[in-house]
Design a protein around this ligand. Structure first.
Ligand code: FES
Ligand SMILES: [Fe+2]
Length: 365
């Protein structure tokens, strides 16, 4: 029960700092989960923002990303605090974005700094802003005014020593906490992934917002990628899966002759589904010719294998749902994960709920 106690302690620690608007019904052991955890999310390719402001409807918000003249990417609510026009249809002026309707300008901190025909700037003229990080050509944002933890990467690895392939994108038929639950679902490693575990999962929390599972397994299975893995990189694998904030999953598979490393970025969307971006990585080769000629092929193969492995799973599962009533002893790590995930907080914002609500109400009117 040490793991369960650790899980509960961490959950209490998170909840003590920032209590989310959810509850646990201890009598039925039903847990509830926030819709959009305070965590990091994949927004877009960074190069998309180079062509002009980019809009996304995500996390229950309309958002815009733009690159300032000084080169930084800023992400903020896209519905103008004045009358709700779409800032993504506006233009960048210096470090500000200018609304296409009455020309109000918003600085990177979200404050309105200029009203062309106005007489003073009202105190509510402010957009919510989102911490944004550009890394490996991808743009990530944090859901909340201040990040609860830095944008993570693989443990003990240097960000600048890795290069990514193009993302693999798919829609998972489950909520964020069900997608992230895979890392702790002992039963399915054997039944879905044909992995024969040598021992029970080892689970820990290396950070209050991170939960990790590790195991060693034989690669069984008849899928072409399993047969190729056994033949070319080795018949056993050491796996490490770390879920950060419930929405960013770092996966490392260490075979005898190769390493597989990828990130799954989970974004809750409508109907209890999740938009997933899978980002496979390779260590940058130290040989220049290899970097130019072999690395692109290596990344292509990694993308092919990783995508095939995950999409095969999505296609065979349908849309699983959380159900506390029929969990069994073999779901022990899953139960403890659900308790941890249910304690993850929702976001806190700088801009008042009233202004945010007004901006949301404009949508569709
Ligand atoms: S709606 Fe944006 S300035 Fe009026
Ligand atoms: Fe899985």
């Amino acid at each position: 029960m040490a793991i369960l106690e650790q899980s509960n302690a961490i959950g209490a620690s998170i909840a003590g700092r920032q209590r989310p608007s959810h509850s646990t019904d201890q009598s039925t052991n039903l847990l509830t989960f926030v819709d959009f955890p305070a965590s990091w999310y994949f927004f877009s390719l960074a190069k998309e923002v180079d062509k002009g402001p980019v809009s996304r409807h995500m996390l229950g918000q309309d958002l815009v990303a733009y690159r300032t003249d000084s080169g930084r990417i800023v992400v903020m609510a896209s519905r103008c605090a004045h009358l709700g026009a779409d800032l993504s249809k506006g233009k960048v002026v210096g470090d500000c974005i200018q609304c296409p309707f009455h020309g109000w300008r918003y600085a990177p901190d979200g404050h309105c700094t200029h009203i062309p025909l106005g007489h003073g700037i009202p105190p509510g003229a402010r957009q919510e802003t989102y911490p944004a990080v550009e890394r490996h050509g991808f743009l990530f944002i944090f859901n909340g005014s201040n990040p609860l933890f830095p944008l993570p990467f693989f443990f003990d690895e240097e960000v600048d020593q890795f290069t990514p392939s193009a993302p693999v994108e798919f829609i998972g038929g489950s909520t964020w906490y069900m997608v992230a639950a895979h890392g702790f679902d002992t039963q399915h490693f054997e039944t879905v992934h044909s992995r024969k575990l040598h021992a029970p999962l080892s689970v820990d929390c290396p950070d209050p917002y991170a939960r990790r599972s590790r195991y060693t397994a034989d690669v069984l299975g008849d899928a072409y990628y399993d047969r190729l893995l056994r033949r070319f990189v080795g018949p056993t694998v050491d796996i490490s899966i770390t879920t950060w904030g419930g929405t960013l999953v770092m996966v490392t598979g260490r075979f005898k002759r190769a390493m597989s490393q990828f990130i799954i970025a989970i974004q809750p969307i409508e109907n209890g589904q999740s938009l997933c971006h899978v980002l496979p990585f390779a260590r940058i080769s130290s040989n220049r010719l290899s970097r130019i000629f072999l690395q692109p092929i290596d990344l292509w193969i990694r993308r092919l294998f990783t995508g095939a492995y995950l999409i095969a799973e999505v296609n065979c599962l349908g849309n699983p749902r959380y159900n506390a009533t029929n969990l069994v002893e073999a779901d022990k790590e899953l139960i403890e994960y659900f308790q941890w995930a249910a304690a993850l907080p929702g976001p806190t914002y700088s801009v008042s709920a009233k202004v945010r609500s007004d901006q949301r109400m404009v949508r569709g009117s």
